[in-house]
Design a protein around this ligand. Structure first.
Ligand SMILES: [Fe+2]
Length: 201
């Protein structure tokens, strides 16, 4: 069985940037549905479930039998991506990366501000549902990408360390059609200590 993370803050903790009703529905309804669907799809595939963490399963997606592979990409990505998204948000975020991680950011993007600008742009420009992502490759090189639907960068052998959910369910109650405002505001609650922890893992 794969599961969602425990939400490390209360539903209203990210106000005013992300409203309590959105966090509640997003976490308890949307994410839970992905969890339920994924576990249903994997009934009878105990060999996979016992052998792999969800991260490993998505990273080794070619090991998943073809007849359920796309469903695992969709539903497993839905679980993994949301767990990552919720885990890097915080009401008391560390506002800047440090150390080796900051050096890598400067090397890849020129500056921390440039990284935020590029990732904001990628998130806004993702056509339809999906995510703006900061990923690292196996050498630790950082890249920005966007992914449609629930596709996870792990499927492309890239490790996501920050994902911004730009499905309408992530912002519509508060921001309506204004995805740009949501993405610009989300920087207020992104915890760079957590992102840095994922980079160093
Ligand atoms: Fe979502």
């Amino acid at each position: 069985m794969y599961d969602k993370i425990q939400l490390p803050y209360s539903y209203d903790a990210l106000e005013p940037y992300i409203d309590a009703e959105t966090v509640n529905i997003h976490y308890n309804k949307h994410l839970q549905t992905y969890v339920n669907n994924l576990n249903k799809i994997l009934e009878g595939y105990d060999d996979l479930v016992n052998k792999y963490t969800l991260k490993e399963l998505l990273f080794n997606i070619e090991k998943v039998p073809k007849r359920i592979r796309q469903d695992v990409i969709n539903q497993g990505g839905g679980v993994y991506n949301h767990n990552l998204y919720f885990s890097i948000l915080s009401p008391n975020p560390t506002k800047c990366p440090t150390g080796k991680f900051l050096n890598e950011i400067n090397k890849a993007f020129g500056s921390f501000d440039k990284l935020k600008k590029n990732l904001t742009e990628a998130s806004i420009k993702q056509f339809g549902s999906g995510y703006g992502c900061l990923v690292k490759d196996k050498h630790g090189k950082l890249m920005i990408m966007k992914t449609p639907n629930q596709n996870c960068p792990l499927n492309e052998k890239l490790i996501p360390i920050l994902m911004i959910d730009v499905w309408e369910h992530a912002y519509y109650l508060k921001y309506k059609n204004l995805r740009q405002n949501y993405v610009e505001n989300i920087w207020n609650v992104i915890d760079w200590a957590k992102v840095e922890e994922y980079y160093n893992k």
